[in-house]
Design a protein around this ligand. Sequence first.
Ligand code: MLT
Ligand code: MN
Ligand code: ZN
Length: 304
Amino acid sequence: MQVHVLGSAAGGGFPQWNCNCRNCRRLRGGTLKGRARTQSSITVSGNGVDWVLFNASPDIRQQLASFPPLQPGRAVRDTGICAVLVVDAQIDHTTGLVVLREHTEPWDIYCTRAVYDDLTTGYPLFNVLSHFRGVNWHEVGLDEAAFPIPRADGLLFTAVPLKSEAPPYSPHRHNTIPGNNIGVRVADAATGRNLFYAPGLGEIEPHVRRYMEEADCLLVDGTVWTDNELAREGISDKRAQDMGHLNQSGAGGMVETLLSLDCPRKIVIHINNTNPILDEESAEHAALVEAGIEIAYDGMDIAL
Ligand code: MLT
Ligand code: MN
Ligand code: ZN
């Protein structure tokens, strides 16, 4: 299986259009050693031709331009994307669907019922798309049964319900129900390897830890280094935990969990622009390197 990181940043991207935090300011000014990043999305293929898009980022136009396998190659209107799977109903994971409205047939979209409900009410993207070619919704169940996606040859997908947060426009904000957020295992029958992708992960429950233990590659929530990072930058008094993201540092943080796992590749993704790991000269960046944890970047390719 081939995994390609289209966007490695959290909502807002890096730098964020209106953000003058230490990282954004320095990146814009050319004094930070680090890379710009677009908003949260990856794509995965078993055959190198047909690609499943995981999350449709508002930056998808730029992301498609950066990755020729997704571009039209066979017909006057064409795409390498055979289906879209969204892990939640957040703006950064779904807004790209509007950009993809010119598709010549209904999009095959995989998501849970909770996400479907939000995308037909609070943020009615699917209703909007129904005025174009429409949405062919495939309900992703919460029973952790592996399912195939037509054309995604050789791959099996398992949705893993997990604790994070529902979007602000959801009736389940701060009162989540199973299915508001999932992680996904993608297993390749030919290689026997699997990826576990969870860009929003607020708590590592025992069943989630099992998926992490069994993964050959982890792409997990790297939003913030500390829970109070936004407050420290004077941006917002919201804690990362209030937004469904587990901090990396400290007792019970993501780094501690990753250090306790044998998984061959441990990669953090969905990195917020305030996170000090984005500065490649920071102590926090060095701490991840020291811990054997990789930091996803746009254009990163992973073969499994
Ligand atoms: C999140 O991951 O918490 C959301 O995507 C934040 C946002 O984009 O507004
Ligand atoms: Mn997000
Ligand atoms: Zn910023």
